[in-house]
Design a protein around this ligand. Structure first.
Ligand code: PMT
Length: 411
């Protein structure tokens, strides 16, 4: 049950050291089944209550816990952990963690991330009722609320300590999910009012009534880009070649078969504020489409198939002098010389950015590889140079590209 609010969203979950940490395992599951990715950070005390192994297995991600781990800091770093999250949940938040947050302490990874964060933060306190009602904790809660931190719970009821009852139980995982939904839904929409055209998928170029020229594109990357842009509030129109995946939510879709149909659909959708060309458009089509199924040559050897070039849709839009979208982003699928060939496309096609990806079998991306698979590793080329992104899911590539579009269109 993927939910639009959570799909493709990244939740940084900070697990504090309390008995309620066991509920965080269920919280991870609930968030992931709704389409969010969960990146866990555990305090040292949290690891006394639940194991990093269980947390990492449920999150399907690395568990971060050490501010001074050279490998973690090199790979991701506490600043990136903080910045890459769409929102942060602190569950359970102990009295100690709340006190550190309220006072801006940053002496471990969890608190350093919280101090560096610009994403919205939700705190789910869990502690003994006497600790919760203590004036110091209540002062810290007020301070945090004044800093814009949202709270869910604590609930009242029996505590883990025998015979103790009162306010201090951590909110249930589904209550935390609901509070995170409210938080995410209340985020400003940086692309509200912007029209964006996205192309995705392959094209099929007919040879005869039963055969066509095609490629292995699944549409996963382009569709993810369209969905991520829509989540930031853009009015997105996706022009999709023939794919087997469903249409993204909140996106208008035109389905086409051929490059020429894709070109006509894109041209009809202009003007737009931005255009992203993720489709793997066939460069050639059969010179003539046979009206009947072609027959074998009857022992005369293989037939040749005369080809003619298809229109270059990206170049047509990128090189426009009138009515060019303010931002034009192309992709480049290469099997060799990624930077050289991608860079040449940047200039030739008039794009502001080229997202270059290696689609060769030895790209190092497992599974079906970049074309067809779920992961990608891209180099973002622009007149300013090349930025290499680490391997990530296509949804994460899309999120980061959507953030770039929002940043550029705000300029
Ligand atoms: O669909 P997936 O399985 O998720 O795979 C994703 C992807 C590999 C298809 C995607 O990440 C990608 O690289 N898309 C571009 C594929 C491609 O056709 O690249 P190209 O180097 O041939 O073309 C360069 C650019 O020109 C692309 O933006 C392409 O959309 C555009 N183009 C190309 C030819 C043409 N006739 N018209 C175009 O608009």
């Amino acid at each position: 049950m993927i939910e639009q609010t959570f799909a493709g969203r990244s939740v940084l979950l900070i697990i504090g050291g309390g008995i309620a940490a066991y509920k965080s395992l269920d919280l991870i599951r609930r968030l992931r089944e709704r389409g969010a990715s969960v990146r866990p950070v555990m305090t040292a005390a949290a690891a006394e209550f639940v194991t990093p192994l269980s947390v990492g297995a449920l999150a399907a991600d690395k568990v971060f816990s050490d501010l001074f781990d050279r490998e973690d800091e090199h790979d991701v770093g506490h600043i990136r952990l903080a910045r890459e999250a769409d929102c942060i949940a602190v569950a359970p938040a102990t009295a100690d963690l709340m006190a550190k947050m309220a006072n801006g302490l940053a002496n471990d990874l969890a608190t350093a991330v919280l101090l560096a964060a610009d994403a919205p933060i939700l705190v789910a306190p869990a502690m003994n009722p006497a600790m919760w009602s203590h004036p110091a904790t209540q002062r810290n809660r007020e301070t945090l609320e004044m800093d814009g931190v949202a709270f869910v719970g604590p609930n009242s009821g029996e505590m883990a300590e025998a015979g103790e009852a009162g306010a201090g139980r951590m909110a249930e995982p589904l209550e935390i999910v609901a509070a995170l939904r409210d938080l995410l839904d209340s985020l400003p929409m940086p692309l509200a009012g912007k029209r964006i055209v996205v192309t995705s998928g392959p094209t099929h170029e007919p040879i005869d009534p039963v055969r066509y020229i095609a490629n292995r594109s699944s549409g996963k990357q382009g569709h993810a880009v369209a969905a991520a842009l829509a989540r930031l509030g853009a009015a997105v129109h996706l022009v999709s070649g023939p794919v087997t995946i469903g249409d993204p939510a909140d996106v208008e879709v035109t389905h086409v078969q051929t490059a020429r149909e894709m070109r006509d659909a894109v041209e009809a959708l202009l003007p737009a504020d931005a255009a992203v060309f993720a489709a793997a458009v066939a460069d050639w089509r059969a010179q003539t489409e046979a009206g009947e199924k072609l027959k074998k040559a009857g022992g005369k050897g293989p037939e040749t198939l005369p080809l003619t070039e298809n229109p270059d849709i990206l170049a047509g839009v990128g090189n426009r002098t009138k009515g060019r979208p303010a931002l034009v982003i192309g992709f480049a699928a290469e099997t060799e010389k990624l930077l050289e060939h991608g860079g040449a496309k940047l200039a030739r096609k008039g794009a502001d950015y080229i997202v270059a990806n290696d689609v060769s079998p030895d790209s190092g991306i497992g599974g079906e590889g970049v074309m067809g698979g779920d992961r990608n590793r891209i180099v973002l080329l622009s007149p300013d140079g090349a930025a290499e992104w680490p391997e990530m899911s296509k949804d994460e590539v899309a999120e980061r590209l959507a953030a770039l579009v929002a940043e550029r269109l705000a300029e």
